[in-house]
Design a protein around this ligand. Structure first.
Ligand SMILES: Cc1cc2nc3c(=O)[nH]c(=O)nc-3n(C[C@H](O)[C@H](O)[C@H](O)COP(=O)(O)O)c2cc1C
Length: 226
């Protein structure tokens, strides 16, 4: 029997390209995922042209964006994946502007809970603090998009040049865990309850705005949810 294909995408949001420590964690997670049978793709979002969200609401109404840039192709790749690894360094106790710019373009994904059924995890490096919190933010965001999260790797690299090596081992395990969750269709009752609550909330909100947000109304209607 041919095993179903499992696709995992890793996204790094450090502008340091090949010199990025966070990239090492994303790569390690993807390596672990490959060892568990996943096909993996790596994306450096700093090499992409992604414009700011202008809050025009066109995605709510039409399911498409006014910007002509690299985001739609990136979103297609995210939607084609079963698992997503988000990576960002800590910049002033938050994700980088590049990561936030990508996430802001995904408001329609939140309203439609488009990442439902997918799995994700987060990796972060920081000089001295808040790597855990920044990774938690990325996982919370994946959860908010409808995905189920399997964990994080957070490494403080500032005072220990070898910390990243240990971090890579942890990230590799995280990648394996992500692939296993996809394969076994792992269910976490706590996240499931959150998803159910959010789904009901967004259905109500979209129904309330159905004349304006026609694409989102059609989305939920076509799923038989409205
Ligand atoms: C603009 C900027 C802001 C930063 N802010 C923080 C911070 O608030 N706390 C911290 O511990 N490290 C901070 N750092 C350090 C980075 O998080 C750290 O060097 C990280 O490992 C960089 O990841 P990268 O190599 O993947 O780019 C900052 C670095 C830059 C360039």
């Amino acid at each position: 029997m041919v095993k179903p294909e499992m696709k995992i995408i890793g996204i790094n949001a450090s502008p340091k390209r090949e010199k990025s420590q966070t990239r090492r964690l994303v790569m390690a997670a993807l390596e672990g995922a490959r060892q568990s049978g996943a096909d993996t793709t790596f994306i450096d979002i700093c090499s992409l042209d992604i414009h700011y969200c202008t809050a025009c609401g066109t995605c709510y109404a039409k399911g498409e964006c006014i910007h002509d840039d690299d985001f739609p192709a990136l979103l297609e790749k995210i939607l084609d994946a079963d698992g997503i690894v988000l990576g960002s360094p800590n910049y002033i106790n938050a994700v980088t502007a590049q990561m936030k710019t990508m996430l802001d373009r995904m408001a329609d994904v939140v309203h439609c809970q488009t990442l439902s059924g997918k799995y994700g995890c987060a990796v972060c490096t920081a000089g001295g603090a808040y790597a855990d919190e920044v990774a938690d933010y990325m996982n919370m965001t994946l959860l908010n998009f409808g995905a189920t999260t399997v964990g994080k790797t957070a490494v403080l690299v500032g005072a220990d040049p070898y910390a990243i090596v240990g971090g890579e081992k942890v990230a590799k395990d995280l990648g394996r865990k992500l692939a296993d969750a996809i394969m076994t269709k792992w269910v976490d009752p706590v996240q499931e309850e959150h998803h159910n609550e959010r789904k009901e909330y967004f259905k109500r909100m979209v129904l309330f705005n159905k004349d304006l947000w026609t694409h989102e109304y059609d989305h939920w209607k076509n799923l038989g949810e409205l």
